[in-house]
Write a protein that binds this ligand. Structure first.
Ligand code: ATP
Length: 264
């Protein structure tokens, strides 16, 4: 894939990384993994990433560390996978699940059986041993009607901790109402998902997942009570506020530099 993309986008292009992600999503869309709405959602994420500076800032790392502690100390951790996540980060999400001992579950806002199967195939291709949510999505999240509420009775339904990269606000709230600890990855610190989750990682999913895996590796020797104390002392409101302040301050600095013609 990388080689195919190199033909379309030269590596020397200043926005190579960002364009590469677009091409991965378009490829996923052509293959029936990503829905058209997913392309639009990516555009919103890209915009926030641009404002953040396309790096994992301190507020993201703090949340990623707490997420690693939460996943490692959970009794039943589940990582939810949708089309965009599969197209952008299948390999790293399988590695994270392996590292923290979490189950992988395909969970789609725009669910079709065909798409769920295709996403599971992508995960299996990258080494997943078991993927829930394809043939066993027989339980329903209370309050979420139709196909978008369908989950596995052995996965998300009974999980105590659920990681939801790129989730919608209603489902995040419904998962919280079920008493679960919810970890969201969302570049928009103002989304309902970001505001509702217990741990909000304001970072691009392609950077966030490997960062969480790295933290989990470093924490492997900690006992459960040490891990829980990291989760309990984590303050999501403060982290969201830091993310918004970072964007605001960065924009102010850039505005001054542009005015003085010192912006590069
Ligand atoms: P909400 O219902 O939570 O308010 P929303 O309606 O703003 O969410 P959705 O379309 O449901 O948005 O979800 C997409 C979210 O995922 C957006 O907030 C977008 O910023 C974020 N997003 C898109 N691409 C990425 C990415 N690569 N990494 C992290 N977040 C992303």
């Amino acid at each position: 894939m990388q080689e195919d993309i190199d033909i379309i986008i030269p590596r020397s292009h200043p926005r190579y990384e960002s364009l590469l992600l677009r091409e991965l999503l378009v490829k996923g869309w052509r293959e029936g993994i990503v829905v058209t709405e997913g392309l639009l959602a990516h555009g919103r994420g890209e915009c926030f990433d641009y404002l953040i500076g396309e790096r994992s800032e301190d507020f993201a790392l703090e949340a990623e560390r707490a997420a690693a502690a939460a996943l490692l100390s959970a009794k039943r951790p589940v990582i939810s996978v949708n089309g965009n996540t599969a197209a952008l980060a299948a390999e790293s999400i399988v590695a994270l699940a392996h590292e923290v001992g979490a189950l992988l579950e395909v969970n789609l806002f725009y669910r079709t059986e065909e798409r769920a199967k295709r996403i599971a195939q992508v995960l299996y291709k990258h080494g997943a041993e078991k993927v829930l949510g394809v043939y066993d999505a027989t339980a329903s999240i209370p309050g979420i009607h139709h196909a978008r509420g369908k989950v596995s009775p052995h996965g998300i339904y009974v999980a105590d901790t659920v990681m939801v990269p790129l989730e919608d606000g209603d489902r995040t709230k419904a998962l919280k109402d079920m008493g679960k600890l919810v970890i969201a990855i969302d570049l928009n610190p103002l989304s309902r998902t970001a505001m509702t989750a217990d741990i909000t990682i304001v970072d691009n999913v392609v950077r966030a997942i490997p960062n969480i895996t790295r933290f989990a590796r470093q924490m492997k020797r900690m006992n459960r009570s040490e891990l829980r104390s990291i989760v309990e002392s984590y303050d999501n409101r403060k982290v969201l506020s830091k993310a918004l302040r970072h964007i605001a301050e960065r924009l102010k600095k850039m505005a001054s530099e542009i005015e003085l013609n010192t912006y590069v």
